[in-house]
Design a protein around this ligand. Structure first.
Ligand code: ZN
Length: 156
């Protein structure tokens, strides 16, 4: 797979016109995450229906095409999901990106997130693809702790 093949139409479309791209002042949880290796710097905002269900997920910030597309696709997948589903999807996605081999039975819930699976051949870019998902993991944990804001970095 050529690096250019990563930049399929869906990826480019989401990176140029990210969905659910907004700063949400009254979010229940806000997590800022950055990836200094690439310069990706985003904030993920969660609104919870109750402890168990995600009412909406938004993000803001700036990053490379892979980071922006991954975050945009993530927000679309997560709206209305239960906590457990969101955690499982995050695990499935990060597994797909960090494994050397293509998963033989990818989680069907991934849907068009599988378009990003080629990133695993470019370990330097894996952090771009997973940054929003690290922020999501942090946000889900924070929502249980009652902590409204967190800041993470994936430098190491
Ligand atoms: Zn990046």
């Amino acid at each position: 797979m050529d690096f250019q093949e990563l930049y399929q139409d869906v990826i480019l479309d989401h990176s140029r016109k990210p969905r659910n791209f907004a700063e949400i002042e009254d979010a229940d949880v806000t997590v800022h995450a950055d990836n200094p290796m690439c310069g990706d710097d985003i904030t993920v905002y969660l609104k919870m229906e109750d402890d168990d269900q995600l009412r909406s997920v938004h993000f803001s910030g700036s990053g490379c095409s892979i980071c922006m597309a991954s975050a945009s696709l993530m927000t679309l997948k997560l709206r209305g999901r239960h906590r457990g589903e969101a955690e499982k999807l995050s695990q499935s996605f990060q597994h797909m990106i960090t494994q050397p081999e293509e998963p033989t039975n990818p989680d069907p819930a991934l849907g068009d997130l599988q378009l990003l699976s080629g990133v695993r051949k470019f370990p330097m870019r894996a952090k771009c693809a997973t940054l929003a998902w690290h922020a999501l993991d942090e946000a889900l944990a924070a929502s249980l702790d009652g902590k409204a804001k967190r800041d993470i970095s994936v430098e190491d």
